[in-house]
Design a protein around this ligand. Structure first.
Ligand SMILES: Nc1ncnc2c1ncn2[C@@H]1O[C@H](COP(=O)(O)OP(=O)(O)OP(=O)(O)O)[C@@H](O)[C@H]1O
Ligand SMILES: [Mg+2]
Length: 287
């Protein structure tokens, strides 16, 4: 008898997940409530929503850095209870070690293992080969021996991505990784991360509050809402798998953006604020 379990099992399964932080005042809405989401192997999913809707909390639960209060979270069918080599995280702030070179930063986790485990010279060689390949992939081979403070923000974030990929994680978790970069650098980073996704075949869960970024990168956009933190809608992105910057001015992109923005305004209470502003401006015109 043949089994298709491994093919059918989603890479990430989030079932009825809730999170209530301890120590918060009674009556505080849950940080997460009844979150359900299945992510396929090699899928690129973006999470977008107003501030405080629980994007980072959900990502930290997937990373094993935070415990959920209810429900279950699985990676390749196994419960997530702690950080693991199958998942890697990239944060908004580059978090590189300033005293290590670019190459040393990328190899850092392997260097630790060499210290702890009895690795053979071929293991170490393989790690060096992997680090070289990643340096080429992120286009920074020329600065392998530079220190982080000699690099621009975009370059530092590329190094952080390469470092996260070093251990060949199955799932790459990214929390607003390009949030601190200027608009032009972000566009370059978008095409780079899509290229990395094609080459490395990782599953990517990417948090952002930038709707354009969520649509351009995601195969699906998970739209979250706050108080309590919840999944409002999950939208398929109607764009070809190979993205190009000119798609951002096309009708499908603009329609989806308008739909998501309206939903975020509504769920964050901003719509009410806008209504109020409109009424106030009408009143002041009347005087
Ligand atoms: N350690 C904590 N203790 C108590 N409450 C917390 C803690 N961390 C987050 N929260 C609360 O949980 C909710 C979700 O926070 P979270 O940081 O996940 O939101 P977010 O969607 O990532 O927001 P942002 O877009 O501002 O980064 C918020 O109401 C926040 O105040
Ligand atoms: Mg956050």
């Amino acid at each position: 008898m043949t089994t298709t379990t491994s093919v059918a099992t989603p890479k990430v399964q989030i079932r009825h997940v809730g999170k209530v932080f301890s120590g918060v005042p009674a009556g505080t809405p849950a940080a997460l409530q009844d979150i359900n989401l299945s992510i396929k192997d090699n899928e690129f999913v973006t999470l977008v929503g107003a501030s405080g809707c629980g994007k980072s909390t959900l990502l930290r639960i997937l990373a094993g850095l935070e415990h959920h209060s209810s429900g279950e979270v699985l990676c390749s069918g196994r419960a997530i209870t702690a950080p693991g080599a199958d998942r890697a995280m990239v944060f908004q702030h580059y978090s590189l070690y300033p005293w290590l070179t670019v190459m040393e930063n990328i190899k850092f986790s392997r260097l630790l293992k060499v210290g702890r485990e009895n690795l053979s010279s071929s293991d170490v060689e393989a790690a060096s080969g992997r680090a070289d390949a990643l340096l080429n992939l992120i286009g920074l081979a020329k600065v392998a021996n530079a220190y982080p403070n000699q690099l621009s923000g975009g370059m530092q974030q590329r190094v952080a991505i390469a470092r996260a990929l070093m251990g060949r994680p199955q799932v790459l978790l990214m929390d607003e990784p390009f949030g601190a970069l200027d608009a032009q650098t972000r566009e370059v980073m978008h095409d780079l991360i899509l290229h990395i996704h094609r080459i490395e075949k990782t599953t990517i869960v990417f948090v952002t509050h930038d709707v354009d970024e969520a649509i351009y990168l995601g195969q699906r956009v998970v739209l979250m809402a706050p108080r309590p933190g919840r999944v409002e809608r999950i939208l398929d992105v109607p764009l070809p798998a190979r993205r190009s910057q000119d798609m951002k001015v096309g009708v499908p992109f603009r329609e989806l953006r308008a739909e998501i923005l309206a939903s975020i305004r509504e769920s964050s209470g901003m719509a009410t604020d806008f209504d109020l502003l409109e009424k106030l401006s009408q009143q002041s015109e009347a005087f």
